[in-house]
Design a protein around this ligand. Structure first.
Ligand code: CP3
Length: 357
């Protein structure tokens, strides 16, 4: 994608975007999922009370929160401060995000009648605040901005379960019990995600991440049959814009090949699968990850050794350094500062020469 005519820097040349495309880089890029959030005192200072959904509706505040980790850590990419349930809330599905819990749905999706509650998203009318935040950030940032959406399965799991779930029992019962209804539901959610992502890219986002956080709850057969077609619709659709597409889930060791097949340029990997093993499973695509976020609570020498091991296993070319999932709220920001410095110092030779096998 061509940068805006008056863009202060050539974002297409960033380490992050080059690594996403599998091109050699001068150093390994790094950012952290959930880099903005409760682990940062400056976040807690500006966030205020109430639902995160209210904070997201304030573009100045959301842009400030998005920039905070970039300014503190010197990470190579910003990720929009928003949430995966924003489009569903914006079309009136009745969603809140309860602090310490997560998304809660007043009237969960239960039958064909509920399909009528999933009207198409008109991003300029329904989520103008998201696009205003993106536009502000594109002016303010000197690193690429990552836009994102929730993948159809993960969003469906919230809409059906009504709140975070450990078993996904209702979701799986619907998927297997009424495959035709399930297909309509995930197709509608694919359209929602795609409309949102297209609008974020049109407003200036340089890359996108599709979060299928809970896809690891599924067997490969179920993923292929019930989830892959809808996620592929999103990833293929956004592929037309030319921005790199990152596809991520937790506990997806057995699904990594399928996450790649769904149409990603970069496959996000949690901490359970070493990156060299993951790379063999994703068919030559770039990989993102995969320091265990819990290890960031261990003594610094442990974190440093684990960071070096991730760099080594990542193999250099086509590696975007990240955690295996989001930053835990109790993380000391000084630890993440050290991780960024270490990746930048020691990922120098790797990015240019490392063998992506
Ligand atoms: O820094 C970033 O990564 C960008 C911001 C971001 C948030 N949510 C902000 C947020 C992103 C990318 C998300 C995506 C998201 N939201 C996912 C996918 C990523 C993942 O973690 O796998 C999921 C599953 C959700 C749903 C959700 N929203 C959960 C499970 C929670 C946590 C509830 C809690 O309080 O522990 C939220 C709330 C939320 N989204 C917070 C933040 C910073 C914390 C609550 C707050 O500050 O109000």
């Amino acid at each position: 994608m061509a940068p805006a005519p008056d863009a202060p820097i050539d974002r297409t040349a960033s380490h992050f975007l080059r690594a996403c495309r599998g091109e050699p880089v001068e150093r390994i890029p790094v950012w952290f999922m959930r880099q903005a959030g409760r682990s940062l005192p400056e976040y807690r200072a500006v966030r205020g009370e109430g639902s995160i959904l209210q904070a997201i509706k304030d573009p100045e505040l959301s842009a400030t929160i998005t920039r905070q980790p970039v300014e503190r850590y010197g990470v190579d990419a910003a990720i929009l401060y928003s949430d995966i349930v924003v489009p569903a809330e914006a079309i009136g599905f009745g969603v809140d995000v309860v602090p310490g819990v997560g998304p809660v749905i007043a009237e969960p999706f239960a039958s064909a009648a509920d399909l009528g509650r999933l009207r198409p998203l008109d991003p300029e009318a329904d989520t103008p605040y998201v696009l205003d935040t993106v536009r502000l950030l594109v002016e303010q940032l000197d690193v690429p901005l990552i836009g994102f959406a929730g993948a159809p399965f993960t969003v469906a799991s919230y809409l059906i379960e009504g709140r975070p779930s450990r078993t996904y029992a209702k979701t799986k019962a619907l998927m297997h019990g009424d495959p035709a209804l399930w297909a309509k539901l995930v197709d509608a959610l694919a359209d929602l995600a795609l409309a949102s992502l297209r609008s974020q890219v049109a407003a200036g986002a340089s890359a996108v991440q599709l979060f299928d956080s809970w896809a690891g709850a599924l067997s490969p057969d179920d993923y292929r049959r019930f989830v892959l077609p809808a996620s592929a619709k999103v990833l293929e659709g956004i592929g037309e814009t030319g921005v790199p597409r990152i596809h991520f889930g937790v506990g997806t060791g057995e699904l990594l090949g399928l996450l790649g097949e769904a149409g990603a340029d970069v496959v996000g990997v949690d901490w359970r699968v070493p990156l060299d093993v993951a790379r063999a499973r994703v068919g030559g695509r770039a990989v993102q990850g995969n320091l265990d976020p819990a290890l960031c609570l261990a003594p610094l020498p442990v974190v440093e050794a684990a960071t070096r091991e991730v760099l080594r296993r990542g193999g250099g070319v086509g590696h975007v350094f990240n955690l295996g999932h989001g930053v835990l709220p109790e993380t000391d920001p000084a630890v993440l500062e050290r991780v960024v410095a270490l990746v930048h110092d020691e990922g120098v030779a790797l990015g240019a020469e490392g063998a992506a096998t």
